[in-house]
Structures are given as C-alpha cells and as structure tokens.
Design a protein. Structure first.
Length: 406
C-alpha cells in the first residue's frame, strides 16, 4: 500500500530537498470545522467542532546535530528555511515556520503549561529535517495553524520519546505556543478538535471544565457542506485579539455584581439579562451577549442533534450566524451572502460562518438530493455578487493525528 497523494507530496518534497529517505517517518494532523459554538472557547463556554479530512502532512527525520531545516512542499521554490534548537525565537520574516518553532519552544515549558511538574522541560537535543504539505485551503479558517501545532506535537512525542503526553496534552501545548510564541490569543477549540478528532463524531467540549463527549453525526439524508468564500482571514492582524479583550472587560464589570462568575460561559441567558446593565460600553455589551447566547445555543443544538431534530439544529446555526454578524461583528460580506442565500433555499436547514471569522468558510446542512442545486445556485449568485467563485466541499469527518505507514 502506498502513501496517499497528499502524504506522497510531503515525502517526495523531503527526498528532493534533503536527499535520501532512509529513516523518514510520515505523519498527519487534521484541520477542523466548528458546527456551532463560535468565540465561546476563550469565554469558558461550549463548542461543537469536528476534525476534517483536510489537514497537514509531514515527512520528517531526526538529525545528529541541533539544526532545524524546514521545507514547504506546497512552495518548494521558496527553498529550505534553517534554524536551530538554540534559536527558538519568533521571527518577523519566519512566517509559517514560527508555528513548528513555537511548539518546540513550548515543549521546553511542558510541565508548567500542563501543571504537571513531573513532566518538566521536554528539551530536544537533536534537530530535524522536515517537509510539510497541506491540503487545507489557504486562508479558509479551517485551522491550518492548529493542525500544524498538533502535527509537530505528535512528531515530537513519537520521535523523541515523550510518551507521557496525551493527545489532550498536545492540544494544550499547541494552544500555548500560538498564544505566547505567535501572539494569537486563541482559545482551545482548534487544537483540541485536531488532537482529539474521532471519525464520524463531533466533539461537545465544555471549555470551562475541559469535560467532553463525542457525539455521532447522523445527518439522516442530509449533507454537511463547507463553502469557501476565498476571502482569506488574518486573525493575528485583525480584531480577534480585541474581541477577547472586550470579553475580558465584560466579565470584569459583571463580577462587580456576580463575583462568583469567572467566565461569560457560566451565565445563563436569564442571569445575564438580569445584570447586563452593569456593562457600560454598548460594544462590549454586544460582545458579551454573543458569548452568553452562543454558549446556550450550542448546548441546545447538541441536545437537538441527540434526538435527531436537525431542523432545530439548523435554526440554531442560523441564529449563530446572525449573532456573529450583528453582535460579535466577525462575519464579512462574502460569508453573509453565502449564508443568507442558503437560508432562502428549501433544501437547506441551516448555514453559518465557521471559525474565527473575517473571511473563511460557511458550513451548511443541505438535503442530499439538493446538493447539486445548492452548489449551482449559491455558486452563481456568489459569482455575480462578489465577482469570483466560491469553492464547495462535502464535509468528511476525520480522526485525529497519526503516523502514516505505506
């Protein structure tokens, strides 16, 4: 059995860049799509993501020295980027290699990150050569950065003997690296979905307690469709971090009357409505309203899914998009067009922007027999209104990170 086409691209990239492939091992980590529960993970709320079949592949081999050599098989013309285990600092022009570098840096702080002193500092004494290939659409908001972090964490665990780390540990280390090394103050959802993915299931995660359960996705004659606006989102350079600051300010003000509450996700809608007037800034109030209502929507949506009520699940998806558009203001014109046009189609139960926002993709529940019409009609309207095509993918739910064997 040969490698898949995508894994083979990483493998051949390694061969062309670094020579022989003796001792090379190949790994994969998936991207994710979030069905509902957006911008709730850093607010102590619930999320409902799943790992997807798109992801990032790596062909890798340890070195005998401390050198780190990186190649993107997507862009081989750029050449090999070199660094060292002695140079684990973010580089302004390092671009994508800051993500693997950040994970290596975070491993040295693993015991602190995981609150497990016995783990200590997981330092590497030998570098690596690594060729990366990704098939996650660029800028689509399907968490290529989290997939990269989980991939590198998996590689470090397997190549360097850090077997004490679980997949959940890898998610926490990956999040820390993105927060502190790359400056993106994301929540835990993306890394958790990639690290803990299970085929056929989404993950219902309470980010306040880290309690989770797998929920089988039975669409009963429906399909989950991802539609890519092809508008790339730039989260670090956007207002994502500002949203987190605004939510922190909201909880600070709410704690003046509810000192026992530590996060917006701890409020019921009734509790929030009773005390929301202590939030003095109307914009901050809107951000807090989204976080509270979206958390409750997510809980209700998963309950609806469990009893097979896809109609209710779809309506909650629509409400989620409206809240992201109007209260959290992380949607964009392109995603609004896709979602709002999807709502008009009889064969669509729900549609919403997914991911951090400011571009990226929508996710929709579409009756199986109307999928061709959905692609044709929505595609035509989008082309007319925006001036370029959208891309459509049928969602395939994947398992988590793994080593690939030919």
């Amino acid at each position: 059995m040969a490698f898949s086409e995508q894994a083979q691209k990483a493998y051949l990239g390694f061969q062309q860049a670094f020579g022989d492939t003796e001792g090379v091992r190949v790994f994969f980590a998936p991207g994710r799509v979030n069905l509902i529960g957006e911008h709730t993970d850093y607010n102590g709320g619930h999320v409902f993501p799943c790992a997807i079949s798109f992801g990032i592949y790596a062909a890798v081999r340890k070195r005998a020295d401390r050198k780190l050599r990186f190649l993107s098989a997507n862009f081989p013309q750029v050449g090999i980027a070199e660094s060292s285990l002695d140079e684990l600092v973010p580089s302004a022009d390092g671009k994508w290699i800051n993500y693997p570098m950040g994970v290596i840096w975070a491993f040295e702080r693993a015991g602190e990150i995981l609150h497990r002193p016995e783990v200590g500092s997981l330092k590497l004494n030998e570098g690596m050569d690594i060729s990366i290939y990704g098939d996650i659409p660029s800028g689509a908001g399907l968490s290529s950065s989290a997939a990269m972090e989980v991939l590198i964490g998996t590689i470090l665990r397997e190549l360097y003997g850090f077997s004490m780390l679980s997949n959940q540990d890898l998610a926490l280390i990956g999040q820390y690296s993105e927060n502190e090394f790359n400056g993106m103050k994301c929540g835990i959802m993306d890394q958790f979905a990639s690290a803990m993915g299970k085929e056929g299931c989404a993950i219902f995660l309470d980010t306040n307690t880290m309690v989770y359960e797998y929920a089988p996705i039975d669409m009963k004659g429906m399909k989950l469709m991802i539609t890519n606006t092809k508008k790339k989102h730039q989260l670090v350079d956007s207002e994502y971090n500002l949203r987190r600051q605004q939510c922190a300010e909201a909880i600070r003000q709410l704690q003046t009357v509810c000192p026992d509450k530590k996060a917006l996700g701890e409020f019921s809608i009734e509790e929030f409505e009773a005390v929301k007037n202590v939030i003095t800034d109307p914009v901050v109030l809107k951000r807090a309203k989204h976080a509270v209502y979206e958390n409750q929507r997510t809980i209700e949506a998963v309950a609806a899914l469990k009893v097979g009520d896809l109609v209710r699940f779809g309506k909650l998806m629509n409400e989620s998009h409206v809240s992201l558009r109007d209260d959290y203001e992380t949607s964009c014109e392109e995603a609004d067009i896709l979602a709002e046009e999807a709502w008009k189609m009889p064969g669509v139960l729900g549609s919403r922007i997914t991911g951090g926002g400011f571009g990226g993709c929508t996710v929709s529940i579409v009756r199986e027999e109307t999928v061709p019409e959905f692609i044709e009609k929505i595609g035509a309207i989008y082309l007319e209104k925006v001036g370029h095509d959208a891309d459509f993918y049928e969602l395939e739910i994947s398992g988590g990170p793994r080593e690939l064997v030919p």
